[in-house]
Design a protein around this ligand. Structure first.
Ligand SMILES: *Cc1c(COP(=O)(O)O)cnc(C)c1O
Length: 333
């Protein structure tokens, strides 16, 4: 896959490691889980948004932007990494953070990612959960333009088609590593929030001659059906940039919505158990909003014999460690 025609601002040295969860795997009946460590790459405490930000910042800089503007929840990992990446690139950063998650604890409102947003020098716009976010963003873009500033707007999760290129590139990286390691994966599993990670990987696999359904996701934001539609649309837009003419059908995008619980950012028992289990077995951190729920889904599917003994599966560790501190009470024993 040739991405050299797209502007890119490097934020980490690839490829990220792929490693087996050896102790945990010994407890499973013959299915081996490998993890791709996108959680420990590069700057700003790491996470999946850095791959998208390489292309988003690349485009922003090419357009002559001096400011990055993005949106997310109060504990958005994407917002935190946009702040870190903007700092690295010498751009100003503004974060529009509506309180969309029904959680009002001191730690949720003031710890975790929000501490880091400030450290990286970003300006935070604190909005109520029912705010007109699109209206606020439009007004803010206008106000910045009137001051002679040039802002680049990245949508929620950085999941524009350009942002998704980061995970299309990751698809090729996974195929290379799989070859080098001599390990075949039955599936690649990811959490699905704003859908860019799933969509980018799906487009990247298709562009590399693999079926899109090689990657499957667990929805944590919208319910499954809505997530499926959004992912399909973004995957098609991304594929149009990479390999115009290649088609994607609805059945190519596989989304499981059974582990989302009551909604985005609301803990589930499965998530709590998965975060604890992986922490204790491996010393590795899932997060409470995305990868914890997705990993709970993977453990459930392994127990339900979706995979057979001898199968290897690859779970992409997407980061979100700072959010653990925002959910302190959830993990109290
Ligand atoms: C944003 C995020 C995801 C989901 O990625 P999308 O591309 O938005 O679907 C998963 N895990 C973590 C830790 C994230 O911050």
């Amino acid at each position: 896959m040739d991405l050299s025609c797209f502007a890119r601002y490097r934020l980490f040295d690839g490829p990220t490691a792929i490693e087996p969860l050896t102790s945990l795997n010994a407890e499973l009946d013959g299915v081996r889980i490998f993890v791709k460590r996108d959680d420990v790459s590069g700057i700003g405490a790491g996470g999946n948004k850095l791959r998208k930000l390489e292309f988003l910042l690349g485009e922003a800089i090419a357009q002559g932007a001096d400011t990055m503007l993005t949106v997310g929840g109060r504990q958005s990992n994407h917002a935190r990494l946009t702040a870190a990446a903007s700092a690295r690139a010498g751009l100003k950063c503004e974060l529009v953070l509506p309180r969309v998650v029904p959680r009002e604890t001191q730690d949720y409102l003031g710890n975790g990612n929000i501490v880091l947003d400030g450290l990286f020098g970003a300006a935070v716009h604190d909005l109520p959960g029912d705010a007109d976010v699109a209206g606020f963003v439009a007004a803010r873009l206008e106000a910045l333009a009137r001051q002679g500033r040039k802002a680049y707007f990245a949508p929620v999760g950085g999941s524009s088609a350009v942002g998704c290129l980061g995970y299309a590139d990751c698809a090729a990286e996974i195929l290379r590593q799989s070859d080098e390691m001599g390990v075949r994966f039955a599936n690649v599993l990811v959490p699905n929030g704003s859908s860019g990670t799933h969509a980018g990987l799906a487009a990247g696999f298709v562009a590399s001659g693999k079926p899109a359904s090689f990657v499957k996701s667990y929805a944590v934001y919208h319910p499954a059906e809505e997530t499926h539609g959004i992912t399909l649309e973004k995957a098609r837009e991304t594929l149009a940039l990479l390999a115009p003419g290649r088609k994607l059908l609805g059945g190519d995008i596989v989304v499981n919505g059974d582990h989302r619980g009551e909604g985005y950012g609301i803990p589930t028992q499965g998530m709590i158990d998965a975060v604890r289990r992986v922490a204790r077995a491996e010393g590795v951190l899932l997060d409470p909003v995305y990868s914890g729920k997705a990993f709970a889904g993977l453990l459930h599917d392994i127990e339900a014999n979706v995979y057979k003994p001898g199968d290897n599966v690859l779970f992409v560790m997407t980061g979100g460690t700072p959010a653990l501190f925002a959910y302190r009470e959830t993990f109290e024993n």
